[in-house]
Design a protein around this ligand. Structure first.
Ligand code: DI6
Ligand code: FE
Length: 421
C-alpha cells in the first residue's frame, strides 16, 4: 500500500478524511481494516490511501473537496458479478403456481419459466426493455453497487440477444455504473429449435457468438449446464467457440444437479463457476486448480427453497475464492439487493461477514477479471468507493432491509443515481 507522505499528490480532487477503511487488502487485518484513515482521489483514480496521521500538513490546501466521514466506514464500490437484470415482463404468476405446489423444473418443462421471459423480452422494444430494467439497476446502485455484470439469455435469437446486450451497455452509460456484458445464448432452448439442442448450439457457435464478439457486445460467454438446459458436451462446444473468438468464460454449474460443470469450466480457464449447490469434492478441487472463482447465489437458493447449500467448507478447504451475487432474474431470484444477499450468504450458506464482503468486492472483481482495477481500496485503482452510515463492516451483512449507504463514488464522481449525496 502506498501511504508514504511524499506520495501524497500536490493536488487531489476529493479527500475522504476520518474514515474507517475496509480496504479489503488480504495482508494484515480482517477486512484490511484501517481506522483513522483517509483516501485521496485524483480524476477517476485512487491516488493515496493511508492514515490521517500520515497526511501532509497542508492536505487541506491540496484538496479541492474534503468529505469528512466522521469515523464511518468506507469500502470499495460493491460489485454484483452475476445478474440477468435486463428482461421484460414478470413471473409473479409462476411464483403463485409454485406456491400451489408446482416445481421450477415442472414449470420450465411445460414451456413456462425462462421461455415466458423470452417471449416477453422478444416482444419489448429497446425503449421498453430499458425502462423496465432501469429500476432494478437503480436499486443496486442505491446500495453501493458500482460494477454490475449483466447477462443476455432471454432473447436467444440474434436480434433479441443483441438488443439485450445493447440495452445493458446503455444502462451503464446512462446511470454511471460499470457494466460487464455477458452473452448467455445457451440459457434455454428457444421454441423454434424445440427438440433440436445440437442445432441450436450450432446456431450459437456459428452465428450469434461470432457476431457478438465482432461487435464487442460482450466480454464473457456463459451457459446453463443442467438437465433442463444443456449438456456438458453441448456447453463444451460453446466454450470452444468462445475461445476461437476471444471471449472469456463463465458457467452456471451444479445448480440443480452435479453435471461436472465445475470441472469443465475450470478446464477452459473459466473466471467463475456459479451456483454450485451440487458441486462435488472433485469439482471444488478443479476450481482451485483452475483459479476459478465460486460465485454463490443465495437469492436463488432461497427463492427456489433449495435445501442443499453449496459446500462452503470444501471451498474453504481448497481455497477457492468465493463471490456473492444477486443473480437478479425474474424466475429464480427476483432480487435487487446485494446487501440482502450478503446477509443470506451468512445465514443460509454459513459465510462469515468478512467472506461476504470479500464476495462482493475483491472476489467479485476476480470473477470478472477486474481485480487489477477494482475490488480494494488501493492507490492506482479506480476511485469506486462507498461511504456508509456505519463503522463496523459486519453491519453490512448483519442488517436485513436497512440501507446504510450514504455516498457512492464511481470513478471519482459522486453517483447521482445513488440519490444520496
Ligand atoms: N439459472 C438460474 O437460476 C436462472 N438462470 C439460470 O441459468 C433462472 C432464470 C429464470 O428462471 O428466468
Ligand atoms: Fe444466473
Amino acid at each position: 500500500m502506498v501511504n508514504l507522505q511524499q506520495d501524497f499528490p500536490e493536488h487531489v480532487d476529493i479527500l475522504c478524511t476520518n474514515a474507517t477503511l475496509a480496504t479489503m487488502e488480504t495482508d494484515g487485518e480482517p477486512y484490511g481494516l484501517m481506522s483513522d484513515g483517509a483516501v485521496a482521489i485524483r480524476g477517476d483514480t485512487i491516488a493515496w490511501v493511508g492514515r490521517m496521521a500520515d497526511l501532509p500538513r497542508d492536505f487541506k490546501e491540496r484538496s479541492a473537496r474534503i468529505i469528512d466521514a466522521g469515523g464511518h466506514l468506507i469500502t470499495p464500490g460493491l460489485i454484483d458479478c452475476h445478474t440477468h437484470l435486463v428482461y421484460a415482463g414478470s413471473r409473479a404468476r409462476e411464483f403463485e403456481m409454485r406456491l400451489h405446489g408446482a416445481t421450477y423444473e415442472q414449470i420450465a418443462r411445460q414451456g413456462g419459466g425462462i421461455l415466458s421471459t423470452v417471449s416477453a423480452t422478444r416482444g419489448a422494444d429497446e425503449q421498453a426493455l430499458f425502462e423496465q430494467s432501469a429500476p432494478r439497476l437503480l436499486s443496486l446502485i442505491k446500495e453501493g453497487v458500482t460494477t454490475v455484470e449483466i447477462k443476455s439469455g432471454y432473447g436467444l435469437d440474434l436480434d433479441t440477444e443483441v438488443k439485450m446486450l445493447t440495452t445493458a451497455k446503455k444502462l451503464g452509460s446512462e446511470y454511471g455504473v460499470t457494466v460487464v456484458p455477458t452473452y448467455l445464448g445457451a440459457h434455454a432452448l428457444p421454441p423454434e429449435y424445440a427438440n433440436r439442442h445440437d442445432d441450436y448450439i450450432e446456431y450459437i457457435c456459428d452465428k450469434v457468438l461470432p457476431y457478438v464478439a465482432r461487435h464487442g457486445l460482450a466480454v464473457f460467454v456463459d451457459a446453463f449446464c443442467e438437465k433442463i438446459a444443456f449438456s456438458p458436451q453441448q456447453v463444451e462446444r460453446v466454450f470452444k467457440a468462445a475461445r476461437r473468438h476471444g471471449l472469456r468464460i463463465k458457467l452456471h454449474a451444479e445448480q440443480l444437479s452435479d453435471q461436472g460443470g465445475a470441472q469443465l469450466a475450470a478446464r477452459y480457464g473459466a473466471l467463475s463457476a456459479d451456483h454450485l449447490e451440487y458441486i462435488s469434492e472433485e469439482g471444488a478441487k478443479a476450481l482451485a486448480q483452475g483459479g476459478t472463482v465460486a460465485v454463490l447465489l443465495p437469492g436463488a437458493a432461497y427463492f427456489l427453497r433449495e435445501e442443499k447449500t453449496p459446500p462452503v467448507e470444501l471451498l474453504r478447504k481448497y481455497r477457492v475464492p468465493m463471490a456473492v451475487s444477486t443473480d437478479c432474474n425474474p424466475g429464480s431470484s427476483p432480487s435487487v439487493s446485494l446487501l440482502l444477499m450478503m446477509n443470506m450468504a451468512c445465514i443460509l450458506f454459513g459465510l462469515t461477514p468478512e467472506e461476504s464482503l470479500r464476495g462482493v468486492t475483491i472476489n467479485a472483481a476476480s470473477a470478472l477479471g477486474l481485480q487489477e482495477r477494482i475490488g480494494t481500496l488501493e492507490a492506482g485503482k479506480d476511485a469506486d468507493l462507498v461511504l456508509w452510515d456505519v463503522s463496523d463492516p459486519a453491519e453490512l451483512s448483519y442488517n436485513i432491509g436497512l440501507n446504510p449507504c450514504r455516498l457512492v463514488l464511481r470513478r471519482g464522481k459522486v453517483s447521482e443515481a445513488s440519490g444520496l449525496q
